[in-house]
Design a protein around this ligand. Structure first.
Ligand code: 13P
Length: 227
């Protein structure tokens, strides 16, 4: 069921315009035989050709065989399957954040475009709309750029995700986490909707911003509304 849900998540991302083609990846925290680990989508396989046997289980202490950023495939599971090139990023989030049970990474058009702008890379998406708080703070941060699939990218995302549930990734896309796959998927969709809204507001002269005190009130309400 978990493996099917991950494939359904990839298909839903594409169907809802939050991703396209074989971009992106998804994972869920998954213990096996007393070992902490994760189930993650395989690398470079289109979601509409993915079957449950293609989903890869990795231990949380998985280490790459070819050095920290060695050539891919860096790790394979016991069946020889190759996990997403972003396995480090997924693994590191589960290690760093006990409450995270699912991780979704996608390349949505509006959020990815904004993540290429210097102002967004420096300051994130500002509080132009109260739903910015859904990502867990007063803005939606943008993780610094690093080559896909590297430890440096994982480190940049972990930093941007500090205290947050979602972030942009410079020149790349977005990442969202949740207490389950459905929550992470819904948040990824929300972040893309916010990016689209912010883009439109900028086209019309630039939005007014909610002030710090108001965002504080929104975050307080979110704590009970969407824990
Ligand atoms: P994978 O197919 O290896 O998961 O890579 C897709 C991607 O989006 C890399 O950032």
């Amino acid at each position: 069921q978990a493996r099917s849900a991950m494939i359904a998540c990839g298909l839903a991302l594409n169907r809802r315009g939050v991703n396209q083609g074989k971009a992106g990846n998804a994972s869920v925290r998954w213990h096996r035989g007393g070992r902490d680990g994760l189930l993650v989508t395989p690398s470079a396989l289109p979601y509409d050709r993915m079957s449950i046997e293609d989903i890869v289980w990795l231990s949380l202490d998985a280490e790459p065989s070819g050095g920290a950023d060695g050539p891919m495939p860096a790790v394979v599971d016991a069946q020889g399957r190759v996990p997403s090139s972003e396995w480090r990023l997924h693994r590191d989030l589960y290690v760093a954040r006990d409450e995270v049970a699912a991780v979704v990474h996608a390349h949505p058009p509006h959020a990815s475009a904004l993540a290429c702008l210097p102002a967004i890379q420096a300051g994130g998406i500002p509080p132009f709309h109260y739903m910015v708080a859904a990502a867990g703070g007063r803005d939606i941060r943008c993780a610094a750029y690093a080559t896909f699939g590297t430890q440096a990218l994982s480190d940049a995302v972990i930093a941007a995700m500090h205290g947050r549930r979602a972030c942009l990734m410079a020149h790349h896309g977005i990442l969202a986490v949740g207490a389950g796959l459905a929550a992470a998927l819904a948040l990824a969709e929300e972040v893309e909707a916010l990016a689209r809204g912010y883009h439109l507001a900028r086209l019309h002269g630039g939005p007014a911003l909610l002030d710090d005190a108001e965002m504080g009130r929104v975050l307080e309400r979110f704590a009970s509304y969407r824990p």
